[in-house]
Design a protein around this ligand. Sequence first.
Ligand SMILES: N[C@@H](CCC(=O)N[C@@H](CS)C(=O)NCC(=O)O)C(=O)O
Length: 262
Amino acid sequence: MNHFSPTQEQKFRLISIPISHFCEKARWALTKLQVPYVEEPHMPPFHSFATGRVGGKTTPVLVTKKEVFTDSTEILKYLDKIAPANAKLYPTDPELRRQVEELENLFDEQLGPAIRLWGYFGVMNDQKLMRRNWCHNAPFVEQALFPIVFPFMRKLACQKLNINPESAAQAHEQIKSIFEKVSELLADGRNYLVGDKFSAADLTFAALAAGAVSPPEHPMKKPVETLPTKMVSEIKQFQATPAGAYVLRLYRELRRENYSGS
Ligand SMILES: N[C@@H](CCC(=O)N[C@@H](CS)C(=O)NCC(=O)O)C(=O)O
């Protein structure tokens, strides 16, 4: 059942770069809570015109009738506030909530940037893959400008995110160490990372880690076989870990377009 029934013009707007895993985090939360929204997908750097117009910078940005949220965690916290009691993403118990927030923060601050760096390093020199990554559902004019802006954007992204073989190797190690931490948490047979319910910690881990695991249910799924061989073998290694299997399970069981689970 849908808890929210806004009119067309009351629908929330999600300004996104669709391939972004932080956007997937917001998208999953909106879908899980059955909040009707319209996604406004952009290709970098054109997203900044849309985000800048409402006072934001990076994506995702959620625009409601009254407020603007410019960070994925802010978006989850807002959605949690308006969600019915049985659909909350953050536990009401203060200690469990602290644990969820601590994990979410670790994933946002360390896993998200590491996956992005490792992922871009793997595909940045493949213009065809990058076109598919960046142009997905973007307005026609932005797609048409891809061949002109891409060389400049690639250079800028490599500088801004410090993408090079050494930093990519470090990012790979960092992803491995966070996967180990999550695998250790799961080793006692628990169903979810914190408490006995799916929370913002599970959602954030799955959405941000998805790039390293490639779940078939991901809305931006790319055929793994089109990726560079080294990346495919690293993805297979991540999939084989308990944390990787956990991401695959959460996508398989809970990432639905029309969510109706618990
Ligand atoms: N802490 C932010 C991070 C968002 C973020 O880094 N978004 C990236 C895409 S993965 C972005 O929009 N980059 C474009 C830019 O920096 O202008 C959040 O959780 O929303």
